[in-house]
Design a protein around this ligand. Sequence first.
Ligand SMILES: Cc1cc2nc3c(=O)[nH]c(=O)nc-3n(C[C@H](O)[C@H](O)[C@H](O)COP(=O)(O)OP(=O)(O)OC[C@H]3O[C@@H](n4cnc5c(N)ncnc54)[C@H](O)[C@@H]3O)c2cc1C
Ligand code: SF4
Ligand code: SF4
Length: 394
Amino acid sequence: MTSGLCIGCGLCETVTEQRVQMQPTGAGSLRPAPLDGFSAEEEAQLLAACPGTVASPRSDLDSEPDDVWGRVSDMRLAWAGDPDVRFRAATGGVLTALGMHLLDSGQAAFVLHVGTDPTAPMRSRWVMSESSTEVLENAGSWYGPTAPLAGLGPALDRREPFAVIAKPCDLGALHAYASIDPRVNELVVARLTMVCGGQSRFEKSQDVISALGVDESEVSLFRYRGYGNPGPTRVETHDGRSFELSYNEMWDDESGWKTESRCTVCPDALGEAADVAAADAWPGGGPTGEDEGFNGIMVRSAAGAALVASADSAGALVLGDPITVREYDDLQPHQVRKKVALSARYEGFTLAGHPVIETSGLRIDALGARLSDEDRIREIDGTVRRVNAGRYSE
Ligand SMILES: Cc1cc2nc3c(=O)[nH]c(=O)nc-3n(C[C@H](O)[C@H](O)[C@H](O)COP(=O)(O)OP(=O)(O)OC[C@H]3O[C@@H](n4cnc5c(N)ncnc54)[C@H](O)[C@@H]3O)c2cc1C
Ligand code: SF4
Ligand code: SF4
């Protein structure tokens, strides 16, 4: 929790039955507090499941994993069958369409995911959507802090089948926590995720409204993207003003992303603990304009394959052309670069005496062998420098 590798997933809140709560820090992250609020048993559970300490894939496929993408039984373009879902969602609406289908077909009683906090529209909260209308209301990507697993305890306590839509790191924690709480594998019928380039601290959203001359108390709507693909970042105020920034205006300058520390060393941003992962599908990795919304999906388990087939035959999902793993590299070049750099960054952590995330089955060393000696040294030196400068101290 103090290694700078907490991503604020919210599992601490579940493990302690809300005694420890997720709180915003001055730097704009969600972190558990108070830090001395854990029993020894809870600390041991968190050491075994926290994404700041461990990460491993979860798949029942027996295919050979691709070094970058892991185990997949199908990779292809896909989008929501309902044009309204496709339009409102972050990309092509696959995650929302699958969540809605799980409820409409009676496979799940609710979906645990995140949405807007109605009392603070720039901030997120975990939510249990019980109808497909509610799932759609909570569509879209939150690039700011989210703590979906703070809702895991209340969700498990309902003792009904449910689906979880969350980031890859959240689903990694869910997978690890399943070996501590058997209700996870009994009740969670689907684990859905997005491919994730990193979560920004709240400061990023704050910078956006500051540049517009708006105060958080004036904001009535803050939408990062969606209503198109990628759609604009849109801010509305209680007194009727509205502002829009294009995706590229929002993300062109990487120095302003205010990314969480764990994201710079994330061992699984590709959703290897999910049944289905959904990504953007822009050739070269970024949008050149607006389109109708196309997800690249990765099916990672038998349950994921059955869900996609069932949503396809119900018309909730439209399946497009297959994508090969090497074509996927071209859709996500930043993800490939990060995975290849990871083992050197971990080596830098160790050299600087900083704890690393213990990974297994994620092929970090095999990918690291692709780095040239020169790049490896640059990555190690850069990481040591950042550790010594306090980038990973909290
Ligand atoms: C922080 C972040 C970084 C991303 N980086 C990349 C990237 O590098 N490359 C790429 O291809 N795609 C990236 N995406 C994914 C992309 O923005 C879409 O989420 C993805 O393509 C799924 O689209 P969709 O239309 O199916 O989602 P939707 O149908 O809109 O559904 C999104 C679902 O995810 C849930 N959700 C949204 N944000 C969060 C969050 N922060 N934490 C937990 N749950 C959440 C919502 O509650 C909703 O249920 C990122 C998304 C996020 C949130
Ligand atoms: S990453 Fe999650 S489990 Fe780990 S310390 Fe943060 S909130 Fe707790
Ligand atoms: S990059 Fe990794 S650690 Fe960061 S939010 Fe995404 S999945 Fe989580």
